[in-house]
Design a binder for this molecule. Structure first.
Ligand SMILES: Nc1ncnc2c1ncn2[C@@H]1O[C@H](COP(=O)(O)OS(=O)(=O)O)[C@@H](OP(=O)(O)O)[C@H]1O
Ligand SMILES: Nc1ncnc2c1ncn2[C@@H]1O[C@H](COP(=O)(O)OP(=O)(O)O)[C@@H](O)[C@H]1O
Length: 516
């Protein structure tokens, strides 16, 4: 007899995986009846019989899949090593503790509800990671049981973990009555964003209903479906660092909150704009003649007349457009939207160049200081993908530098999304640093190049200054790891000298050309 199908949630699948791997003893607690469990795509993953997992297929797709080991596999692969349990991205202080832990293997507890990818990526390159799908809301007893399955002698790091950064994605969501001004303001905002160099997807209420939601009615259920579809698309756009501007009526608080949750879960920023033009003014405008029809009973369930609108209490901006020009109404909206993630690059100010390596103590400070000596009028800075805060320059690189330039008060810093947003040009030591940045912030792909890639492209160009930066954005070739500046950290004075010479000649080929 075939078992009834059960579509498990992500959290339930995590528990199934933990029980199947032997990390938790079982039985599977959420299994009340025997079932054939399917994943969100509808593929069978296991049979549950009396809470026991049978015919477990295992996961095939997930980021860092190769790092997910059973306790038995991990114990045999890393016998005698020290397992350090972590469940959130590591702060710098924690990275330093990790660096001092001999033979460390990171046991990353990264199930549903955790910043799983960010956590694994935060680990110092070169340190092995074993990933375990323990959900964020697992209780302390389960956490202890899972860790004990992997190691008899776990180590935990002190201090708070690093804050989880957004990914540059943005969803601006206008809500309000028909005729309140949502589409008008959304269109004006989209134009403004396009003019400042962004790409934008517009999800206007009427347009969505003609395409994505064709055939849906204005019943509460269909409105909910409509808004969830918009939210799903917007969240996917945000997940990839893009911008979506949505302008449906979205009358229900619960559905708007669900959209916010989807967007934020995808790492995007959600800005809610309540276009709070009163119904009397909307009806007076009656741009499409719909209010007259609704009053005449020709359109049933019309929002504000015969269907409800729940006012948001969580709006970032509330704007009544009555008596305002479009420009005036747009002002507070633009202010909220252009807050931290939008590019703040000022085309009139000095060109801003950011150099990036791993810890910001060897290569990128050397780039920063040699570049500044060549072009003091540019705004030049540096940071590390895993940069320490306020560490001095590494002594061997500093010694080579000191032959010509004083490393002086240089102090390291970790790379942030604001630094990326502000820079006109980001030059990395290695192709891997470039990928690291672009995996999280793909929208910046035109301005992030490796030093070697930039030098190559510049050698083929004739322009200078901002025109050159614009040309690099259009014509840069692929980043070739063969052009990387390798890490000289702890490799002795010969490696430091080689890295310094390579950087000096690349910087000399690039930086004078960035001057106007
Ligand atoms: N019954 C009823 N109630 C409200 N609105 C109605 C209705 N019937 C048609 N229209 C037209 O549809 C537009 C609203 O669609 P939305 O997708 O934004 O609505 S919802 O968010 O799903 O509630 C809305 O467009 P906007 O004026 O741009 O808001 C109306 O033109
Ligand atoms: N300050 C303002 N902001 C937005 N729209 C305004 C403003 N003042 C007047 N209007 C007018 O109000 C109407 C709003 O219609 P629309 O943008 O389609 O609303 P919605 O998308 O909310 O249905 C338009 O005719 C627009 O020109």
């Amino acid at each position: 007899m075939s078992l009834p199908q059960y579509a498990a949630s992500a959290r339930e699948l995590d528990e199934l995986d933990l029980v199947a791997s032997g990390a938790l003893p079982g039985p599977v607690r959420w299994a009340t009846d025997d079932a054939a469990v399917i994943d969100p795509e509808g593929a069978p993953v296991a049979d549950l019989v009396a809470g026991r997992v049978e015919n477990w297929t295992g996961f095939v797709h997930r980021p860092f899949h190769r790092l997910y080991l059973t306790p038995e596999q991990a114990r045999s692969a890393y016998a005698g090593r020290t397992f350090v349990a972590v469940s959130a991205p590591l702060s710098e202080a924690q990275l330093r503790q990790l660096a001092l832990t001999k033979g460390a293997v990171v046991l990353a507890l990264v199930g549903t509800g955790t910043a799983s990818v960010a956590t694994i990526r935060s680990v110092i390159p070169g340190t092995p990671v074993v990933a375990v799908p323990l959900p964020a809301d697992a209780d302390a007893a389960d956490r202890a049981t899972v860790i004990a399955a992997y190691t008899d002698d776990p180590v935990e790091l002190d201090g708070a973990s690093a804050p989880v950064e957004g990914n540059g994605g943005l969803v601006v969501f206008f809500t309000g009555f028909s005729g309140s001004g949502k589409s008008t303001l959304a269109r004006a905002l989209v134009d403004q964003l396009l003019e400042s160099g962004h790409t934008v997807t517009s999800l206007d209420g009427d347009i969505v209903r003609r395409n994505l939601s064709a055939g849906l009615t204005f019943s509460p259920e269909d409105r909910e479906t409509n808004i969830r579809r918009i939210g799903w698309v917007a969240a996917e756009i945000a997940r990839h660092g893009g911008i979506a501007v949505c302008s449906p009526i979205a009358p229900y608080d619960r559905t708007r909150k669900a959209v916010r949750a989807m967007v934020e879960e995808a790492g995007g920023r959600f800005v809610l704009i309540h276009v709070a033009t009163p119904i009397e003014e909307c009806e007076r405008r009656d741009r499409k003649g719909l209010y007259a029809k609704a009053r005449a009973g020709e359109i049933p369930d019309f929002t504000g007349i015969s269907a409800p609108y729940e006012e948001p209490e969580d709006a970032d901006v509330r704007i009544d457009t009555t008596g305002l020009s479009i420009e005036e109404a747009l002002e507070p909206v633009a202010e909220a939207v252009h807050a931290p993630t939008a590019s703040t690059t000022d085309p009139r100010g000095p060109l801003k160049v950011l150099f990036v390596c791993t810890a910001n103590i060897c290569r990128s400070p050397f780039m920063e200081l040699t570049a500044r000596a060549l072009a003091p009028e540019l705004t030049i800075s540096s940071a590390g993908t895993h940069g320490f805060t306020a560490a001095p320059m590494e002594s061997e690189m500093a010694a080579v530098l000191a032959e010509g330039i004083d490393p002086g008060e240089f102090r390291s810093r970790p790379l942030t999304v604001d630094m990326l947003a502000e820079a006109d040009l980001v030059l990395t030591a290695q192709a891997s640093h470039r990928s690291y940045i672009l995996d999280d912030h793909p929208a910046y792909f035109t301005k992030v190049l490796t030093l070697g890639q930039a030098a190559e492209a510049i050698s083929r160009s004739e322009t200078t200054g901002r025109a050159l930066v614009a040309e690099l954005a259009r014509t840069r070739g692929a980043s070739d790891p063969a052009l990387d500046v390798d890490d000289p950290y702890r490799k002795g004075p010969v490696a430091a000298r080689a890295a310094a010479d390579q950087i000096s000649s690349l910087v000399a080929a690039i930086v004078p050309r960035l001057r106007e």
